[in-house]
Design a protein around this ligand. Structure first.
Ligand SMILES: Cc1ncc(C[n+]2csc(CCOP(=O)(O)OP(=O)(O)O)c2C)c(N)n1
Length: 615
């Protein structure tokens, strides 16, 4: 079946049995590709029937489907002319793991970060109305993404707008881990309702909202008023804010899905369709471990085991050290925005359940919650991926920095993340945090230094940012020495070779100044550059803010050339800070070479490939 289907038009020719067969084949195909390339497996296996139904009922050459997060669009990509190319999923120059408008016109909006789809879809619906055009707009959002503030802001506006649009709530009871929060409790009441089928009351109930045929049908509705009342009570929230609620519907029954989607098309106001799906559907190992198979590296299909064994990484190092510190200091608490596994907090949750807070995909709330806790004497630690910290920028400024509250903001996945691409690269945090007064910004050169920095941050009692990369330490460079962390002090990790010695032969001196993971790269570069005539030293800057001016000024004075290396954007990071010092100290006659990422969004590929291309 899969061979025959290359477009939604091909799909529309199939009968229901053929579509069912196609669904099975698509699952197998995705499983094969993700087991090779890595990617978001469980979410995609969960939306196969939903995507088939959407492409049957709607026409993506004109209708707009906005996929929230966008990690579940592999089926959509297969159906929209990218079946073969999907084999290059997440590879350099290959198909992206998220929707990209530049990849296909049928990807109507770029996503990657959670909870944006209802806003974008409402924007499109309003544009359509103002321009007098005619097409459908659909947002597909998970129950996890619905916990994000933006989604709730958008629901509030969309319901009130009376704008024709459809929100499909893909409810699998999971974010990456099991979904949490009051909304989830509310949804669980709806989940237990009788499933929507074409003939049941949920379908009849909406008929009165349909113009022309609506009025006579109201009588039928009134006759079954009591039962309707029973039915609508738990739906109140969506209905009260202006949505017509349809469902719940079995998200793996293509026929029922098509029916309910067709029904929604007839309603002229906002509709929310509640679709129940199973994450990992069809691959038992993922069904049983949906969190492990939310996003996975390459794995063996038979056993589900990763092809490369997982080794120690920065997130785990952070999590272990935090447990050690929390054992000694009962004021330490940890907050996660739905990423407890990714940020290394799973063990912390087990050890200190009452001091652990999973607050949903709500980075803004996470930071201000931490500020409130810090104000009342706790020491909140908030690990969030670099690109998702972008969400909470104002909260860092307004709620933490201005009041100088002791919140420890751990910026995980800082620098390149690789295969997830532009929306997920962590290249901007140094630049935007450096602008903020009162922040103390650090980056460790290795695991041990991360532990030391965390310990230092707990004692400092000021707002702290610690940024560290995805993955592990540099395999070739092992740092033996670890000087004590002092506020605003850099560390010289490699001194000039002939420093302090009387030598007739004066070598040309080059200073390499690096931050975080890039200190190891600086060491390698220093070794490569050392010749008969060149001597190098390497400074681990440790603090981007406050920066160690004294050490840097001495280093610059003594050197003919300065090289900076950082895994962030060239704008307003380490290179900028060094150039500022050079300008202020009238030392612009020295040569400066900067290694940082250019002022552009960096595409997907492996970290190694991208580092080679750009650094
Ligand atoms: C702002 C932001 N924070 C965190 C993430 C990481 N993330 C990706 S998918 C996901 C869970 C989404 O759950 P849900 O919307 O229910 O979709 P499902 O995968 O269950 O289908 C999270 C937390 C993100 N993409 N964006």
């Amino acid at each position: 079946m899969l061979e025959k289907v290359n477009s939604p038009q091909d799909l529309k020719q199939l009968n229901q049995q053929e579509k069912q067969k196609l669904a099975e084949e698509i699952r197998k195909y995705i499983l094969e590709i993700v087991s090779e390339n890595g990617g978001h497996l469980a979410s995609n296996l969960g939306v196969v029937e939903l995507t088939l139904a959407l492409h049957t009922v709607f026409d993506v050459t004109k209708d707009k489907i906005v996929w929230d997060v966008g990690h579940q669009t592999y089926v959509h990509k297969i159906l929209t002319g990218r079946k073969e190319e999907l084999k290059t999923l997440r590879k350099l120059n290959g198909i992206a793991g998220f929707p990209k408008t530049r990849e296909s016109e049928t990807d109507c909006f770029d996503t990657g970060h959670s909870s944006t789809s209802i806003s974008a879809a409402l924007g499109m619906a309003r544009a359509r109305n103002l321009k007098g055009e005619d097409y459908s707009v659909i947002s597909v959002i998970g129950d996890g993404a619905l916990t994000g503030g933006m989604a709730l802001e958008a629901l509030n506006d969309a319901g009130y707008s009376k704008c024709k649009m459809t929100v499909i709530l893909n409810d699998n009871e999971m974010s990456i881990s099991p979904n949490i929060g009051g909304l989830n409790k509310f949804l669980s009441k709806l989940r237990t309702k009788k499933l929507y089928t074409k003939s049941n009351i949920s379908a009849k109930k909406i008929i009165w909202k349909i113009p022309v045929i609506g009025k006579p049908t109201v009588k039928i509705i009134q006759r079954v008023k009591r039962s309707i009342k029973q039915l609508i009570i738990p739906k109140m929230f969506f209905e009260d804010i202006g949505f017509t609620y349809l469902g719940p519907v079995d998200g793996h029954n293509i026929t029922e899905l098509e029916n309910i989607l067709r029904l929604s098309k007839q309603v002229d106001t906002p509709v929310l369709i509640h679709v129940l799906t199973k994450k990992g559907k069809g691959y038992k190992i993922a069904e049983e471990n949906p969190d492990s198979f939310h996003a996975t590296g390459p794995f063996d299909i038979e056993t589900g085991n990763p092809k490369k064994p997982k080794s120690q990484d920065y997130s785990k190092t952070f999590g272990n050290k935090l447990i050690e510190l929390a054992e000694k200091n009962k004021n330490i608490v940890a907050i996660t925005a739905s990423m407890k596994d990714g940020t290394g907090l799973a063990q912390f949750q087990k050890k200190f359940p009452e001091r652990f807070f999973d607050i949903g995909i709500a980075e803004q709330h996470a930071v201000t919650l931490a500020a409130g806790m810090a104000k009342e004497g706790l020491i909140p630690v908030v690990p969030i991926y670099s690109s998702f910290y972008q969400r909470a920028y104002d909260q860092v400024i307004h709620d933490v920095a201005i009041q100088e509250l002791p919140v420890i903001m751990c910026v995980d996945r800082a620098g390149l993340v690789g295969a997830d691409g532009e929306t997920h690269q962590g290249l901007l945090d140094l630049a935007f945090f450096r602008l903020v007064p009162h922040l103390n910004i650090m980056a460790p050169k290795d695991f041990k230094e991360l532990e030391d920095m965390l310990e230092f941050a707990v004692e400092l009692k000021k707002p702290v940012v610690i940024r560290y990369p995805r993955g592990g330490e540099d395999k070739e460079i092992k740092f033996e020495k670890h000087e004590k962390i002092e506020l605003g002090k850099a560390e010289i990790v490699k001194e000039f070779e002939n420093e302090g010695q009387d030598s007739d032969h004066k070598k040309e001196k080059i200073t390499i100044i690096a931050i975080g993971k890039m200190v190891a790269k600086g060491m390698k570069l220093a070794k490569k550059m050392e010749t008969e005539d060149t001597d190098t030293q390497v400074i681990n800057v440790r603090f981007l803010k406050p920066i160690d001016r004294e050490t840097i000024i001495t280093a610059i004075k003594d050197s003919r050339k300065i090289i900076t290396i950082e895994d962030g954007t060239i704008i307003n990071g380490l290179a900028t800070a060094i150039k500022e010092i050079m300008a202020e100290e009238n030392m612009m006659d020295k040569e400066i070479e900067t290694h940082a990422y250019p002022d552009k969004f960096i595409e997907h590929g492996s970290v190694e490939e991208l580092e080679d291309m750009y650094l």
